[in-house]
Design a protein around this ligand. Structure first.
Ligand code: SAM
Length: 279
């Protein structure tokens, strides 16, 4: 497990972001639906399966899995951020086959070989110690088990967030997206994913890409979504002066023009890896 204070700092960021994630939940769920369906499909979840979702956030993926496992299966939705879990509990109230648990991915408090499938959408590459999380994932999977997870490809493939990077970096507000992790693009290289899975002892690692379209009614809608979804972004923006913010906004309005439609809406491409491996 990484040191407690480092983990606590990360969780604090995600707790801060929970309200924004709740505001964006419907839109984000719809944008990312192709990823959710492919993950659940590749996981080969069957009626009666025992599924564990890690870093569930608001549970978009786990809820689809819960519909697949039916009344004889079970889905545990888990996250390290209590504020995310509060929202998740509201969302899953009354579902008999769903349990919500506070859990760090690097130390799963489950018996060995106790679940059939592990799902994780955009979690592993954010961790201080992804190797421990993968080891734990393998440990809790029963024979015949499978992990299916998503990790973003590079920032160039994802201008919905990558478009802000150069303007933010010029102002010292963002770091190099190709630096070592943890961060959202840390597993952009698929070879890194395969290596991590093989090093953990998983069999048949496979990685494919799924595309999606990030659409927003206006520049302001996009900007609000950026602020809502990133645990650090809103804090960084709040740290600059109103003049700097105006200048940054003008620069970003220019940067996103390639994705602006005739009616003023924005349509950015997005791409993620979806990976699977077996125990
Ligand atoms: C990018 S969000 C993804 C949320 C969700 N899976 C989705 O795709 O909508 C990352 C999530 O990972 C959680 N998280 C971060 N570090 C974690 C850790 N060490 N263990 C478990 N969850 C963690 C955060 O609280 C956050 O909900």
């Amino acid at each position: 497990m990484p040191p407690q204070d480092e983990r606590a700092a990360l969780v604090k960021g995600w707790n801060r972001a929970a309200e924004g994630w709740a505001r964006q939940q419907l839109a984000f769920d719809s944008i990312t639906a192709p990823v959710t369906s492919r993950l659940v499909e590749l996981a080969q979840i069957a009626p009666g399966s025992r599924v564990l979702e890690l870093a569930s956030g608001l549970g978009d993926t786990g809820l689809v899995a819960a519909a697949k496992v039916g009344p004889n299966g079970s889905v545990i939705l888990s996250d390290a951020a209590p504020k995310m879990l509060e929202r998740l509990r509201e969302r899953t109230k009354g579902a008999d086959n769903i349990e919500v648990r506070e859990l760090f991915m690097e130390g799963l408090r489950f018996d060995t070989a106790s679940v059939d499938r592990v799902l994780c959408r955009w979690g592993y590459m954010l961790l201080l110690d992804p190797a421990s999380a993968l080891q734990e994932t393998r440990r809790v999977l029963a024979p015949g088990g499978r992990v299916a997870f998503a990790a973003w490809t590079g920032h160039d493939d994802n201008p919905w967030t990558g478009a802000t990077l150069s303007a933010l970096r010029d102002r010292g507000l963002a770091a190099d997206p190709t630096r070592p992790g943890p961060h959202m693009f840390a597993w952009a290289d698929p070879a890194r994913i395969v290596e991590a899975l093989e090093n953990t002892g998983f069999f048949d690692p496979a990685v494919e890409q799924v595309d999606m379209a990030f659409t927003y009614g206006s520049f302001d809608d996009w900007w609000d979504a950026r602020l809502d979804l990133s645990p650090d972004f809103a804090k960084q923006i709040a740290s600059i002066s109103p003049e700097e913010r105006d200048e940054l906004t003008e620069e970003l309005e220019r940067e996103v023009r390639p994705w602006q439609q005739a009616d003023g809406s924005l349509r950015f491409p997005g791409r993620t890896h979806v990976a699977t491996a077996d125990v």
